[in-house]
Write a new protein. Structure first.
Length: 141
């Protein structure tokens, strides 16, 4: 039997996932990280993107986070997300609409605060669309 690591993904709305995994992939601020059992302890910020949990049984679970904190201990991975959604629950039409609205707000370039907010919303919408696309490609292949 392969070594396993416990994974908890939680957000303000509640627990999204709790279970065992062989490997976890997360969108850390410095780039994607892969976490295996006995990983060196680590705490880092997360950027909007996809978290993949390889359960070791041939199943890959996909989640979208809008940002947050990743804490890694040798036998436990904890994701404290601003917002976390099971990837199959993402709404492509809503993400496309959010992307369009953010692009329009960016083109208007009003106050610095509004610009930063629009840029953040655009990054989140694009990350959601990438997650949806990655899942589609995985299902075809």
């Amino acid at each position: 039997m392969a070594m396993m690591i416990h994974v908890d993904i939680v957000s303000a709305e509640g627990e999204i996932h709790s279970g065992q995994a062989e490997m976890v992939y997360a969108p850390a601020i410095m780039g994607e990280v892969g976490i295996a059992p006995r990983h060196t302890p680590l705490v880092t910020r997360l950027k909007p993107g996809e978290i993949r949990v390889d359960t070791g049984s041939g199943e890959m679970k996909h989640f979208f986070v809008s940002g947050g904190i990743l804490e890694v201990q040798p036998h436990v991975v904890t994701v404290l997300a601003d917002t976390a959604i099971r990837a199959h629950d993402l709404d492509e039409a809503a993400a496309e609409d959010a992307k369009r609205r953010a692009e329009e707000a960016l083109s208007g370039q009003q106050a610095d605060f509004e610009y930063a907010k629009a840029k953040s919303e655009l990054a989140e919408a694009v990350a959601q669309l990438r997650t949806i696309e990655r899942i589609r490609k995985g299902k075809r292949g």
